[in-house]
Design a protein around this ligand. Structure first.
Ligand SMILES: [Zn+2]
Length: 500
């Protein structure tokens, strides 16, 4: 389709070279290679290269920049060019409006399109116009298919457990870069994620404590005091610590579209602990115990002797002592019939709990309880895993039309019922067994208690005590000012419901 007439008329045509970055990063098609090939092409044909245009960068939106494409059209419109050399017609553009602009300018100014890997195209002929338009459409379709492939590639990356790359550093890990000297964060290449020993220890400790019922806020206060900071923000808040604790990457798992895949980086928490944290924070009633909780030693542990409801701390007005009381009305479902001096009840219960914790018999019972539960917990975990696998298999079978939808729903329901049942028993065993994982030896209990914050003390109380029932005060105890007398009255009113 070469315009031999024009070639013979002008001794030498003025050629413009246009090169565009390949989306496939193919070295054989790099912009410098395209320019060099186009130059050789011009030489063979006896054309003089008067301009070179190249689009070899990306815009902010990950589209290839088209600045020089616009300059190319301007040059055509200024009649500075007779022929445009490209690698392939589809290299020019994959965008129909752009193609139309180019086509219009090329026809108006009698410009020939010459592909060094293809042939020449005279767009003023119906065949040339048709071929050029079709190639543009084909390139557009290929690009769309490619974006599907990119998505699939991301999926494969997730399944292989590789990190997705970028983003802020994960708390608990030290990021190792292939090019640490690179100052632009976007250009740094992540080589691997190493465990940061200090942060990882803090995370393991926090996970255990939160699972024992310690408040997230208490961990934050301790970390802040120790100077343990989040990787990005200036300081921790409850939601950022919850987000960190429940993140799958801490368990060496790569999360992608709701699924978790074994990852290539080391785990800080075992999968069991991770799953327990996720369940804890997903369950609103359990979450409420560790997030946004007010700290009082016996709130909820002390119970109303009249109605059995929990006693809640009641802030003292000036000149009055703080109390725990049964709350009635919109704030609580209790009878409102019990009120007891907070400080004195705390003191009395603390003494009794410490006595119990020092007792070799109780210590033995606590530790024994831990050991006996362990084999059953392992069994339950195995059961949960088997049911999860079965459910995943069935889901895949359904997706691949091996089983029909009714079968899938049936299996889903059965496996989920099994999982729920096993989890319930597991949590029950875990609740009492790990509560005192770090119980100190008998002679150390009182010293340890002094160092503990309210949450750890609560965990210790709950390890040995189901509840303290506070009965109504006899009328004669009203108005007593003497501390010993109040203590004796509180003692007379309280019943301990021991675990052992
Ligand atoms: Zn009550």
């Amino acid at each position: 389709m070469a315009d031999t007439h024009r070639e013979s008329k002008n001794a030498q045509l003025r050629a413009a070279v246009y090169a565009r970055l390949s989306e496939t990063y193919d070295a054989a098609e790099s912009v410098p290679t395209q320019l060099a090939n186009a130059d050789r092409h011009a030489e063979r044909r006896g054309w003089r290269v008067v301009a070179r245009f190249k689009d070899d960068g990306y815009s902010a939106f990950k589209e290839i920049k088209r600045d020089d494409f616009v300059n190319l059209i301007d040059a055509i419109e200024r009649d500075e060019i007779d022929v445009v050399i490209i690698r392939d017609v589809d290299r020019l553009t994959r965008n129909l409006p752009d193609w139309s602009r180019f086509e219009k300018a090329a026809i108006e100014h009698r410009v020939l399109l010459s592909a060094y890997a293809g042939g020449d195209l005279d767009l003023s002929t119906p065949e040339g116009a048709y071929y050029g338009g079709m190639e543009t459409l084909r390139a557009k379709r290929e690009s769309a298919v490619k974006s599907v492939r990119v998505r699939e590639a991301h999926d494969r990356i997730a399944r292989s457990g590789k990190p997705s790359g970028g983003g802020p550093r994960w708390f608990g890990y030290t990021r190792v870069y292939a090019n640490p000297e690179e100052t632009s964060k976007r250009k740094r290449v992540i080589l691997r994620e190493d465990i940061n020993p200090v942060e990882a220890d803090a995370l393991r400790d926090a996970a255990e404590r939160v699972l024992r019922g310690e408040a997230v806020g208490s961990i934050i206060r301790e970390w802040t005091a120790r100077g343990i900071r989040p990787s990005r923000a200036r300081k921790w808040d409850e939601s950022s610590l919850v987000r960190t604790l429940r993140s799958a990457h801490l368990a060496g798992l790569r999360e992608w579209h709701g699924k978790k895949y074994p990852a290539q980086w080391p785990a800080i928490l075992d999968v069991e602990t991770h799953e327990r944290l996720v369940r804890l924070f997903s369950d609103p009633s359990r979450r409420a115990h560790v997030v946004g909780r007010k700290r009082h030693l016996l709130s909820g542990i002390a119970r109303c002797g009249k109605c059995g409801g929990p006693l809640y701390p009641y802030k003292a007005r000036t000149g009055k002592s703080a109390t725990y009381r049964c709350v009635t009305g919109p704030a609580g479902k209790g009878c409102g019939g019990i009120s007891v001096n907070q400080e004195i009840l705390d003191e009395y219960v603390t003494g009794a709990v410490l006595d119990a914790l020092e007792s070799p018999r109780v210590q033995q019972a606590v530790r024994a309880g831990q050991d006996t539960g362990a084999p059953r917990r392992a069994e339950l975990l195995e059961e949960i895993r088997r049911a999860q696998d079965k459910r995943a298999d069935a889901r895949r079978d359904w997706a691949e039309d091996v089983i029909d939808k009714d079968d899938w729903l049936d299996i889903k329901q059965r496996t989920e019922a099994r999982i729920a049942k096993a989890r319930k028993e597991y949590d029950k065993l875990t609740g009492s067994a790990t509560v005192f994982g770090d119980i100190p030896a008998s002679d150390m209990v009182r010293d340890a208690w002094e160092d503990w914050n309210t949450d750890r003390r609560r965990a210790a109380v709950k390890a040995v005590l189901n509840r303290v029932i506070v009965n109504p005060a006899p009328n004669r105890s009203f108005g007593i000012r003497d501390r010993d007398l109040i203590l004796r009255a509180v003692r007379d009113r309280s019943e301990f419901d021991w675990r052992f």
